[in-house]
Design a protein around this ligand. Structure first.
Ligand SMILES: *Cc1c(COP(=O)(O)O)cnc(C)c1O
Length: 361
């Protein structure tokens, strides 16, 4: 069976070494040495000034909204995982959707200004599949209208844009280290910012607001993560670059077979100036019927691609459903092919030949 993804696990002895230390110290959570070590390593690897390891990527989004005190309307993308939208609603703000760019599948900055009202407090956009949003255009709009910018960078681990680590754009970026993600800690997430004041706020907000044992800076929640999760992150850390290389090679093989077999699918555009992380391999079909036929044929061969991301988030039952022409269309026609560190190379050929056979009819 081949799934869309498979979690990387480090050699068990390497994880066990960290467990030995935990057993010696009996320090299980609350900013233990492994959490601090992982935060330091990730801060350097990701190239940001402040970085906090959190319990998951959803709490990271909620903390970002809280730390920036976002109210009213938040302009956002309809093409992402549901947590991008649900976090806005959960924090009592209103998601206002702006359609996506048909070439990059990220929020279309040329449509943002028309959606801004007196109530707009921020733009929360996703670097979907690890493809950067048009961060320069978004920064210009945010400056002009005095809006905050949050990036859901759950897919953007290690991506650079014009030579700058992508997480440096916007006021805050959030990450997910869920088991299905490129770099994982089983469950986990992170929040990055270059702003000292915001960093301070995030650091106490993720720990109940504590300022020492008996005083409080302000309201907080439990967004911390444990030594066991940090141990998984530290064990996975040395394998990041080799995993990225494997994924790059597999992605190139997919592209090669697609062109060799003359498979008529489109791919989102990744600009020259992007150093990409090969987090996903999405393909766009001409119609939803084609997608379903292809999926059924793959499933019959025990290959399980995923419809990342369907449905379009503007159709969720708890938001105002405004039609989004591009996102509605793309989300019906896009699917991610299996991509993980030890997917056998020959499977890329088999998968592409199955797709080619279906599309010939
Ligand atoms: C995975 C994901 C999240 C949520 O992260 P969790 O760690 O699972 O809470 C948020 N946004 C996007 C775009 C994601 O893919």
């Amino acid at each position: 069976m081949i799934n869309v993804t498979k979690a990387f696990l480090p050699p068990l002895e390497e994880y066990k070494k960290y467990l030995d230390g935990i057993w010696d110290r009996v320090h299980l959570t609350n900013h233990g040495p492994l959490v601090l070590e992982l935060e330091e390593k990730l801060k350097n690897y990701l190239g940001v000034k402040y970085f906090y390891f959190l319990s998951n990527g959803t709490i990271a989004l909620q903390l970002a909204i809280k730390a920036l005190d976002l109210k009213g309307e938040i302009i956002t993308t309809p093409f992402s995982y549901v947590a991008t939208t649900s976090s806005i609603v959960w924090e009592n703000a209103k998601p206002v959707f702006v359609d996506i760019d048909p070439s990059t599948f990220t929020i279309d900055p040329s449509r943002i200004e028309a959606a801004i009202t007196e109530q707009t407090s921020a733009i929360l956009a996703t670097h979907v599949y690890g493809i950067p949003c048009d961060v320069d255009a978004i920064a210009d709009i945010a400056r002009k209208y005095n809006l905050k910018v949050v990036y859901d960078a759950a897919h953007a681990f290690g991506v650079a844009h014009k030579g700058i680590p992508l997480l440096n754009y916007g006021d805050i970026s959030t990450l997910s280290f869920h088991a299905t993600k490129l770099f994982h800690t089983v469950e986990g997430g992170g929040i990055a910012t270059n702003d000292e004041e915001l960093a301070h706020k995030i650091s106490y907000m993720r720990n109940f607001g504590h300022n020492g044992q008996e005083e409080f800076w302000g309201v907080g929640i439990n967004g911390k993560n444990s030594e066991f999760h940090a141990a998984m992150g530290l064990s996975n850390f040395p394998y990041i670059d080799s995993n990225l290389d494997r994924r790059k090679g597999l992605s190139q093989l997919y592209s090669q077979w697609i062109s060799q077999f003359g498979v008529s699918v489109e791919r989102p555009a990744i600009a020259e100036h992007v150093s990409y992380n090969y987090a996903y391999y999405p393909v766009l079909f001409s119609t939803e019927e084609q997608l379903i036929k292809v999926r059924d044929a793959l499933v019959a061969s025990e290959i399980y691609p995923r419809r990342y991301f369907y449905p379009s988030l503007n159709t969720l039952p708890y938001v105002d459903n405004e039609p989004m022409f591009v996102a509605d269309s793309i989300s019906r026609r896009v699917m991610c092919l299996p991509l993980y560190y030890d997917l056998p190379q020959e499977e890329t050929k088999r998968i592409c030949s199955i797709i080619a056979a279906v599309l010939k009819f």
